[in-house]
Design a protein around this ligand. Structure first.
Ligand code: F6P
Length: 356
């Protein structure tokens, strides 16, 4: 067999661990060749691939980013380099020319949507769920999430000591797009007093009330706010629009908005830290390395079995797979009956709303 592998969309810790596991698993199968596709779908459009052997995937487990490179605008069904033209026929022709029996696509909801469209054109695909946001449908964990949570947790630990020393309200803005998974998990782990997530629009007055109460008792407050959070009746905070991107809206800055709104309502100084891409860089945690390796191995198994157009997922502690169609372009928010929300409320953490 000849199998291609690509990493699409934004990068994420653990991508190299998946590439390594897919390549090592497949190379062990008699005669299987693994072809690395450079910069996600752009490599298929611009014809940039290279063979991957055991040496080329050695010593990459702990390295952040992706050895193949990635691209978050490249889409064969609307290629920015051709003014948004559909170049999918040429892309599929190139895949056949390369003699690829399948492509392992490591990506988020956008990459899965493209993979699904390629599958409809007869290209056999296996998907692997990647994103620090943990917002992919049908999987309890995407790799990269645990690392992001660890980074945010450490940041909260550090903000807590400086916030306490100065008697300030410290706001930490996390990534996560339209889902609050990173802020919720890291907020709990990092001892945040207030956790604000997109799924629960916050009441400014309630946030201010908790801060004032803490000011009197504890003298400082730690707030974790997801970039997609917004006040009740308010708007999302959009950092920029990247028009030629399949997903043009980039969120960011709500932490600064909250600071401006909050400062006149509390009696102390308020400071905001926006972690940004720090959450996506660097080595993956051991959990993400193991999960990424399991995903890569499971994806290779699906390829070897000829079980295509599926995405490997984690359900509880089991690695399973679901149809690509069920995951493509779909996201998963924090359900309002999620046990972690109950844990937060019952341990006195505010979500800027009335407790349910
Ligand atoms: O989806 C991963 C993510 O890091 C989001 O959390 C964030 O909103 C977005 O990507 C940032 O995208 P970019 O790297 O294009 O700025």
């Amino acid at each position: 067999m000849r199998v291609g592998i690509l990493t699409g969309g934004g990068d994420c810790p653990g991508l190299n661990a998946v590439i390594r596991a897919v390549a090592r698993s497949l190379i062990q199968l008699d005669g299987t060749e693994v072809i690395g596709i450079e910069q996600g779908f752009l490599g298929l459009i611009e014809r940039r691939v290279r063979p991957l052997d055991l040496d080329s995937v050695a010593d990459i487990m702990a390295t952040g980013g992706t050895i193949l490179g990635t691209h978050n605008k490249a889409n064969p069904f609307g290629y920015f380099g051709a003014g948004g033209a559909d170049v999918s026929e040429a892309t599929c022709a190139y895949v056949r020319e390369l003699g690829l029996d399948a492509i392992v696509v490591i990506g988020g909801d956008g990459s899965m949507a493209i993979a699904h469209q390629l599958a409809a054109k007869g290209i056999p695909v296996v998907g692997c769920p990647k994103t620090i946001d943990n917002d992919l449908a049908h999987t309890d964990r995407s790799f990269g999430f645990d690392t992001a949570v660890a980074i945010v947790t450490e940041a909260l630990d550090r903000l807590q000591t400086t916030g306490r020393s100065h008697g300030r309200v410290m706001i930490l803005e996390t990534m996560g797009r339209y889902a609050g998974w990173i802020a919720l998990h890291a907020g709990l782990a990092g001892g945040a007093d207030i956790i604000l997530i997109p799924e629960l629009p916050y009441r400014l007055e309630e946030v201010a009330r908790v801060c004032r109460e803490r000011e009197a008792r504890e003298h400082y407050t730690l707030i974790a706010i997801a970039e997609g959070a917004r006040p009740e009746g308010g708007q999302l905070t959009v950092k920029e629009r990247i028009e030629d991107s399949p997903e043009p809206i980039r969120l960011g800055g709500v932490g600064n908005v909250l600071r401006t709104q909050l400062e006149p309502l509390v009696g102390c100084e308020v400071r905001t830290t926006i972690l940004g891409h720090v959450q996506r860089g660097g080595p993956p945690t051991p959990f993400d390395r193991v999960l990424a390796t399991q995903y890569g191995h499971a994806a290779a198994q699906l390829v070897a079995q000829g079980n295509f157009n599926r995405v490997v997922v984690l359900r509880g502690t089991q690695i399973e797979s679901v149809p690509l169609a069920d995951v493509a372009g779909r996201t998963r928010n924090v359900p309002l009956d999620h046990p972690l929300l109950r844990t937060a409320w019952d341990t006195g953490i505010s979500t800027g709303t009335a407790p349910r």
